[in-house]
Design a protein around this ligand. Sequence first.
Ligand SMILES: Cc1cc2nc3c(=O)[nH]c(=O)nc-3n(C[C@H](O)[C@H](O)[C@H](O)COP(=O)(O)OP(=O)(O)OC[C@H]3O[C@@H](n4cnc5c(N)ncnc54)[C@H](O)[C@@H]3O)c2cc1C
Length: 455
Amino acid sequence: MLVLGLTTTNTHLINLHPGQFNSKGNRDLRIIPRNQFLALRIILKSDQNHNQVTTMTSQSTTSTPPSQIQIQKHILILGAGISALQTALTLLTSPSTKHHKVTLVAQHIPGDQSPAYTSPWAGGHWRSHATSAEGDERLRSWDARTYEAWCELLESGDGEVEGESMGERERRMGIGFRPSVNFWGRECEETVEGGRGLWWREGVVRGFEVLPLSQFPVRKGPGQEGSELVFGVGYKTICFNPSTYLLYLFNRIQSLGATVIKSPLDNKNGLKGIITAAKLLLKEKELQDLDILINCAGLSARHFLPAEEAHNLFPIRGQTILVKGDAAKAHTITNLRDVSTDEVLYIIPRPGTGTTILGGYKQAGNFDEGVDEELSRRILERARDWGVAEELRGVEGGFEVLIGFRPGRKGGPRVEVEEWVEAVRLVHCYGHAGAGYQNSVGCAEEVRGLIEGLE
Ligand SMILES: Cc1cc2nc3c(=O)[nH]c(=O)nc-3n(C[C@H](O)[C@H](O)[C@H](O)COP(=O)(O)OP(=O)(O)OC[C@H]3O[C@@H](n4cnc5c(N)ncnc54)[C@H](O)[C@@H]3O)c2cc1C
C-alpha cells in the first residue's frame, strides 16, 4: 500500500492513482469534495486491481466497491456525425460517465458537406424500420428510447434556456413534433391483422390510430384513379432539420467540456494505424493520451477495418428534394404498386426552417454522386399525383436536390467492444443505415453501458 494523500485542513482531498500518470504526471487526478468524503487518509492499493481504493477513517476501514470509483479516462470519439455527437452528449451528461474526458476527432463537422459525411443529408424524422422479428429487439429498444428521449427534450428542454417556448426550442434545436400518416400500397408484415406488425403502435409513439379508408389519399394521375392503398395509420412523429440539430448537439457537447479536433486520421494502415494516428494527433495538440476509442466513422469505417468486416459495409443511396414551404404533416407511402421497392414517397417538414423534404430513394450498393434527373421527376410527380402536400404548391422558389449515402451494414449496426488494440480499448458504433437519428439516444446509451463495463 502507498499513502498518497493526507489532509484534514484543505477543502478537497486529492486522489492520485499510481498506475495512471501520463507524461505530465496528472492524468487521473480527481478532486473529491470534502463534504462527501470525511476520510483522514486515502490509501491506494498499488496492486493489479487499479480500481480498488481503500478508505480508512479514524474509526474503521471500509472498502469501496470498484463500481463506485470514478477514474477519469480519456475517450476519443472518431467522427462528428449524429452517432458521435449523441454518444458524446450521453457520456457527458450521464452521472456514471461524465467524469471522463471526451475528445472528438473528425474530418467533417457540422456545417461541412461531403458524400463521406451522411448525417447532413438525412430526411429526417422518426419512422422506425425495425421489425417485430426477434433479431430486431435491440433496434426496437433503441428507436423506442430515442422517441421517448426526444419527447422529453421537446417538452422539458435541456435546461440551457429558461422560459423557452416549444416554438423557440424547435428553432434553436431544429427538432419538433409533427403529425404523421403512413400508408401502404400492398399488404406486408407490418399491415397484417390491422397493423399488428407495427410493434411501435402501443407504448411507444403518441396518438397512434388506424385510419379509416375515407382518410386515405387518392392518386390522381391520368388513367390511374382509385385509392390503391391497403392500410394507413396516423401518429405523432418527431421531425428534425439535420444541419440545425447537428449544430445544436455540436455546440452543446463543447459547452459541456468536449474538445473537438477537425482533422482526418490516416486510414491507410488499418485499425492500428487509426489508433497510432490518434495518439500522434493528441500528442501534437498536447492533450493526454487516449484510453478508449469509439469508432463512429459511419461508412468510412470500411477504409480501415479488416477486409472481412469492411465487406459488410455498403452505401444505400438516397436522393431527396428540398422545397420551400412547411408541409402540415409528415407523409409516408411505402410498398407502392407498380413502383420499385427502393422508391418510397415521403414528405417531411423541417421544423424551424420553412422547408420540406420530398423523397425518396433507398438504393443499396449505389455510390453515384450525380443527380438522377429521372428520379427527381418521379419524386415531384408522385407527390403531386397523390396530393399529399398540396399546401406546398404555389410556394415561390425553386428546389434543391440532395444526395446522401446511408451507412448500410450486413447484419445491422455494429455496437460492441473490440479487444485491446495498441493498448487502447475500442468500441464500435457504426452501420446505422437509415436509422442513425431515430436510434441515436438509445444506441448512445448502449455505448455508455459498454464504457461502464470496461475496466
Ligand atoms: C437521404 C437520407 C435520408 C435519411 N433519413 C433519415 C431519417 O429520416 N431518420 C434517421 O434516423 N436517419 C435517416 N438517415 C440515416 C442517417 O442519416 C444515418 O444513419 C446517420 O447520419 C449516420 O451517421 P453516422 O454518425 O454514423 O455517420 P456520418 O454522419 O457519416 O459521420 C461519420 C463521421 O466520421 C468521420 N470520419 C470517418 N473516417 C474518418 C477518419 N479517418 N478521420 C477522421 N474522421 C473520420 C467523418 O468525417 C464524419 O464526421 C437518412 C440518410 C439519408 C442519406
